[in-house]
Ligand binder design. Structure first.
Ligand SMILES: Cc1ncc(COP(=O)(O)O)c(C=O)c1O
Length: 428
């Protein structure tokens, strides 16, 4: 019996003995005491409070028989967010043109101000769209770059983002300066130095993926953005995997542009995203879908998207409430704890290689793992076909394995199921 199971059985006995005290109400109270206050308890103690996390599990509608360990691709929404979405969607169907344009379209300003506390920037720097790809494409295609201007990218950045830059290279003659990172890397100075070494007098912007999606490496974006700024170079952060996963504010990063998908770690409706543009950069960043004043300094110039999914957009507000309910720090610590649990258990098996750091400075909830002699696709199929465990295979450059991303509704028992399946497969 492993340590978790032993402790779990011990704690379950205590839980049963004190059942009236640790009822749903205490878990609910804990939820509503969330965010920074935590009811007087330090977030770390909450991150292992199993009755609280069990209650969180019941707020999702995930299929309990398929173990979804690919929440990094897109996350499910808690029931409250689904309900909000359905409510707004049905409202739209009561009279689309009226409810969409005259009611829900007006809700965006309230949503923008609610985002301020999560983002730590001014409401005048936040705009909503469909996803990270769209947010970052607005920046990539909106920048006024000339032939020969340089942009710094790594080969480990996200394909859609690399493709957009490559397109600009082909169409406009800008130059991409590529960095090839050896990851995982637990040396921050080295990571910063790799980016810095790529800067030249022609560098205009550096593309920074905050968490590299392939294996969960955290890039020290603040330090690199500071170095860039000191040389007059702009920075654009791909925050697809860090927003509402790590506890930080966009303003902590000192970047000029930031894009994220709200349907990942925030658990907002599918197809919701956010773009941050530093106030003084708005004027010169052209919109992808222009309104009547594309040179304006108003962030709303990026919102001439035409008819959109107003229901999804409005339900983002409920996802923010849910996130605050858990508490940003507590969520980050829980996600780290889940990853480090399965990763350290699997590290005990000589045939299994964990390819992600266990240190909070370098990784959090996402991890990459492989079994000796097995292709990522074979391992993914073995897990799915026999054990109904869903992961995603990664076979890209030197990166090979399955990516495993639990979420707040994942329990340690779920992870034990995954650990057992991996050990069984590794025996063959
Ligand atoms: C690092 C990174 N950037 C961007 C994206 C694109 O996200 P979306 O498909 O929501 O636009 C992803 C998707 O997984 C990602 O991992």
């Amino acid at each position: 019996m492993n340590d978790y199971r032993r402790n779990f059985l011990k704690n379950s006995a205590i839980l049963l003995a004190t059942a009236p005290l640790l009822s749903l109400n205490s878990a609910q109270a804990a939820l509503y005491n969330g965010d920074d206050k935590n009811g007087g308890r330090v977030p770390d103690s909450f991150s292992s409070d199993e009755d609280f996390w069990r209650w969180i599990q019941t707020t999702y509608t995930v299929n309990p028989n398929i173990l979804n360990l690919n929440n990094g691709g897109v996350s499910p929404q808690p029931k409250s967010v689904q309900d909000a979405f359905l409510h707004y969607y049905q409202l739209c169907n009561e009279g689309p043109a009226y409810y969409m344009w005259q009611v829900l379209d007006k809700g965006r300003e309230g949503l923008r101000s609610r985002m301020v506390t999560l983002c730590g920037c001014s409401a005048e720097e936040i705009t909503f769209n469909r996803n990270t790809t769209e947010a970052l494409d607005i920046v990539i295609f909106g920048l006024q770059l000339q032939k020969g201007d340089e942009v710094v990218l790594t080969k480990q950045d996200y394909p859609n983002v690399m493709n957009a830059w490559k397109f600009r290279e082909k169409r406009d003659g800008i130059k991409i300066v590529w960095i090839d990172l050896d990851l995982p890397n637990e040396n921050e100075d080295d990571l910063v130095a790799r980016y810095e070494a790529a800067f030249t007098s022609r560098t205009k912007i550096v593309n920074l993926t905050h968490i590299i999606n392939w294996h969960g490496q955290i890039i020290p974006v603040r330090r690199i953005a500071d170095k860039a700024r000191a040389r007059g170079i702009e920075s654009m952060v791909d925050g697809a995997h860090t927003f509402a996963h790590l506890d930080y504010k966009i303003s902590d990063l000192n970047c000029d542009y930031f894009g994220t998908s709200l349907h990942k770690w925030l658990c907002a409706p599918f197809g919701t995203g956010l773009l941050y543009v530093r106030k003084e950069k708005i004027k010169n960043l052209a919109p992808l879908f222009p309104n009547d004043n594309p040179d304006s300094e108003d962030i709303r110039k990026y919102e001439a998207q035409g008819t959109r999914n107003f229901a999804s957009e409005q339900a983002i507000g409920t996802a923010i409430s849910y996130h605050y309910g858990i508490g940003a720090k507590r969520k980050e610590q829980r996600l780290l704890k889940l990853k480090n649990y399965w990763a350290s258990e699997l590290m005990k098996n000589d045939r299994i290689q964990v390819k992600t750091s266990l240190k909070p400075q370098f990784a959090c909830g996402l991890g990459l793992v492989s079994i000796e002699g097995m292709k990522p696709g074979e391992l993914q199929s073995a897990l799915m076909e026999k054990h109904k465990i869903f992961t995603t295979p990664i076979d890209y450059l030197k990166i090979s394995g399955i990516r495993v991303t639990p979420h707040v509704y994942t329990s340690f028992e779920d992870l034990d199921r995954f650990i057992d399946a991996m050990n069984q497969i590794a025996k063959k």
